[in-house]
Write a protein that binds this ligand. Structure first.
Ligand SMILES: O=P(O)(O)OC[C@H](O)CO
Length: 416
């Protein structure tokens, strides 16, 4: 049997999904064996994959979150483009089968899909309906705007959620990246880097500063409570500590398994005085990158596995089990036709956000080199504001200028 190593970053209910998919594939044929291995958070998994490639012992398949896309795309020798892999192995593969937002994210400007969409998400607002009742808030009318959310969070705090009125996982994803896209303001020039690596960061605008300043002020009495740079703080929602948590739609599996209260989700909030908001959201989650330098037999196995993952039934199930998106049009249509969303409307929230309006230059997506490292710098600066060490303006100015230096470093690396 030829072994196919699959490194991933999924925990809890989503780890179960990954393990089950590998088991099903292994049971469906005898030639190949897919071995999934959890390698830590998204940044850790990506770093482990890159380090292993340098040491000549990369896995065959590496799950990389959306922020690693530009880096992986530029790492030409290190990866085997998926469109090429599938063509060489004579496996059917049609980029047009995917939802346009999904295909666009992982394709070159020539329409070549370089990685395989697996778990695409968008960010939503999860909320605890029981907590809303306790605070005298209508559980069927979640806040739509940031000012409404702040008011609701104050009421929740006063009703006993004194450690956390609301919180956000992935601080930069929700409060800089999706925030910019949702408000149709640039995170960076050149369509957020999609039109070229010669892009400059733009998120120190008055709107961005106002939002961070609001978080800083609300944090003084725990109306807002910081939950870190990745998704490790999400458990504060399921434990009941934070009654509102902004994070991925892919949190669904863990919410369903662990929350002991009635819950729902709703679209991300927006500032109502921003013309055109809400715009549309952009893609989160991850895709599968096939690593370079493997044998023809191994690549045949990888291609077979990707075909296995492409079945409409399997994609529909991945969506309804995990809250990640139905990434193909066929899977979405199948789930819609089954009436599933009538009973589970919260699984459609991220799709409605993504397709809320036709995308603009500011909302097609993001493609920034060195973004994994940049996110740490952005978060560090936001933390400095939240800790009272810097003003919101100074923090975002520093995040932008430090980030621009990293963008120029990346540009020099790719043009070499
Ligand atoms: O929790 P996920 O898998 O939807 O990922 C969230 C963000 O996209 C990470 O950058």
């Amino acid at each position: 049997q030829t072994e196919i190593q699959w490194w991933h970053a999924m925990t809890g209910a989503n780890n179960d999904v990954v393990v089950k998919l590998a088991e099903e594939f292994n049971a469906s044929q005898r030639e190949f064996r897919v071995v999934p291995t959890y390698k830590g958070s998204y940044p850790d998994t990506m770093n482990a994959g890159i380090a292993a490639f340098r040491a000549n012992n990369a896995p065959h398949i590496l799950q990389v979150f959306e922020v690693g896309t530009a880096t992986m795309m530029a790492a030409r020798g290190a990866i085997k483009p998926v469109y090429q892999l599938m063509a060489e192995a004579n496996e059917p593969f049609d980029p047009k089968a995917y939802l346009p937002a999904v295909a666009g994210y992982y394709s070159t400007s020539r329409g070549e899909m370089l990685s395989f969409p697996f778990n695409s998400s968008s960010s939503v607002m999860w909320y605890n309906k029981d907590a809303f009742r306790r605070a005298g808030l209508n559980p069927d009318q979640p806040p739509k705007t940031w000012p409404d959310l702040f008011e609701a969070a104050k009421r929740l705090r006063a009703a006993g959620f004194d450690k956390c009125g609301f919180s956000s996982a992935w601080i930069t994803w929700l409060n800089l990246e999706q925030f910019s896209v949702w408000h149709n303001v640039p995170l960076a020039s050149r369509a957020n880097g999609i039109d070229g690596f010669d892009t400059e960061l733009r998120f120190n605008s008055p709107l961005h500063v106002r939002h961070l300043q609001n978080l800083v002020e609300l944090q003084r009495d725990n109306t807002f409570s910081y939950s870190g740079r990745t998704n490790t703080g999400e458990g504060r929602f399921t434990s009941g500590e934070c009654p509102i948590m902004l994070t991925s739609s892919g949190f669904y599996g863990n919410v369903r398994a662990n929350a002991k209260f009635e819950w729902a989700n709703a679209p991300m909030p927006y500032y109502p005085d921003v013309a055109g908001a809400p715009q549309n959201s952009t893609l989160g989650g991850a895709s599968l990158w096939v690593m370079g330098g493997k044998s023809a037999a191994e690549y045949r196995g990888v291609a077979r596995f990707l075909t296995f993952l492409s079945s409409v039934e399997r994609q529909a199930k991945l969506h309804t089990d995990s809250g990640y998106l139905p990434i193909t049009t066929a899977a979405y249509e199948q789930v819609k036709a089954s009436g599933f969303y009538r009973a589970n409307p919260y699984l459609e929230t991220p799709i409605l956000e993504l397709t809320n309006k036709p995308p603009t230059e500011n909302s097609r997506g993001l493609r920034l080199g060195n973004m994994v490292q940049m996110r740490d710098v952005w978060a560090e600066e936001m933390e400095a504001a939240l800790n009272g060490q810097k003003t919101a303006q100074a923090a975002l100015d520093a995040a932008v200028s430090r980030g621009n230096v990293m963008l120029r470093q990346f540009e020099r690396t790719v043009s070499r």
